[in-house]
Design a binder for this molecule. Sequence first.
Ligand SMILES: COc1nc(N)nc2c1ncn2[C@H]1C[C@H](O)[C@@H](COP(=O)(O)OP(=O)(O)OP(=O)(O)O)O1
Length: 179
Amino acid sequence: MESCTDWAVQAVQQNGTASEFVAKILTSGMKRKLLTLVMINDGSRVLLGYKKRGFGAGYYNGFGGKVEPGETVREAAQRELVEEACISAQDLQEAGVLVFAFDDQPQPWEVHVFAASSYVGEPAETDEMRPVWFAHEEVPFDSMWADDPIWYPYLLRQEHFRGVFAFQQTTKLVWNTMV
Ligand SMILES: COc1nc(N)nc2c1ncn2[C@H]1C[C@H](O)[C@@H](COP(=O)(O)OP(=O)(O)OP(=O)(O)O)O1
């Protein structure tokens, strides 16, 4: 099976505008850090969490985190959703994959995005996240990661997506491509 790094590397090679550090990070063959992101979408609204601490603090995002040793990506997605929003998804679907190259991180990040429309439990605030519903047309992109406006349209159209994004100094988006 083609690995995510393969398609991300091809995307970078086919696009001559990729900055040098993106090419260097993605073609170096280094191991990727695996993470998850779960988007709850009821058809007209998305449930986002206001991140209270850690990476991405101050931004709204879906719910997710690192895949732990011994876990599948799907298991990690379910676990993080319970830990961060106190709900369990009933119809978790693979929605897309995002590869991030940060100039200040030692390895590229591969984030597996899942979507769900139904869940068990009531969204509740946790140490890490404060859940808030937003209408599709009112998603607060000004308070979100800079890559989000690029792939949310795919998510909301329920079209599978793959994207490669390069960030400088953690938050400045300097290059991207959707594959
Ligand atoms: C760079 O752009 C990003 N955009 C979006 N939308 N989401 C991102 C981006 N970079 C990372 N993420 C997501 C991926 C994960 O869902 C979280 C980060 O996870 P975190 O570092 O909080 O992982 P945990 O395992 O929960 O960490 P701790 O247990 O150490 O708090 O952000």
